[in-house]
Design a binder for this molecule. Structure first.
Ligand code: AMP
Length: 168
């Protein structure tokens, strides 16, 4: 994020780069991602743990995880790993938008991603509801959840995200 000098760790970006570079990881995850399913936890957890051990992240005054954790097992793995490096989650930002909004955004962003195909989007939404939504309760209960209503335009949502991070 441009306003914070914090490493931005997006698991989706890491996977897409691996696919573009044709690495073993990319070959392993391409079909899973194109079909809108989640990459297995053991693969994803290891990628995040390795990224969190890199120098730029260690030196920074925090980091932003984007798209991770995506299910309760990943949340537990993250919590265990953060404990082991003496770090903790300051906040979990939940960008709360309707199915209609997220569908429109995926279709309109026009990045050529196979998983933004109108035939794949409904499945991604089902996966998110079944696997990721339980995290809303999980982080609500531990007090770290910050919900941002996200149906409005990108500038308004970004301003809210900025305000939330600045207040931490
Ligand atoms: P994103 O760019 O965050 O929407 O992620 C794109 C795709 O990458 C997802 O639909 C999954 O297939 C995969 N992916 C990204 N993050 C994760 C994660 N934390 N766990 C499993 N799969 C993930």
């Amino acid at each position: 994020m441009k306003d914070f000098h914090l490493p931005h760790i997006s698991t989706g970006d890491i996977f897409r780069k691996a696919i573009a570079d044709g690495t073993d990881l990319g070959k392993k995850v391409k079909e899973i991602i194109d079909n809108g399913n989640l990459v297995p936890d053991e693969v994803t957890d290891q990628i995040v743990d390795q990224r969190l051990e890199q120098e730029d992240v260690k030196k920074a005054d925090g980091f932003i995880l984007d798209g991770y954790p995506r299910n309760p097992a990943q949340a537990k793995a993250l919590s265990k790993f953060l404990n082991s490096i003496n770090k903790k989650i300051d906040a979990v930002i939940y960008l709360d938008a309707s199915e209609e909004t997220v569908t429109k955004r995926m279709i309109n962003r026009n990045t050529g991603r196979a998983d933004d195909d109108p035939n794949v989007i409904p499945h991604r939404i089902e996966v998110a509801k079944a696997q990721t939504m339980p995290l809303v309760d999980f982080y609500q209960q531990d007090g770290s959840l910050k919900t941002i209503k996200s149906d409005s335009d990108i500038e308004t949502v970004y301003a809210e995200v900025k305000k939330t991070i600045s207040s931490l």
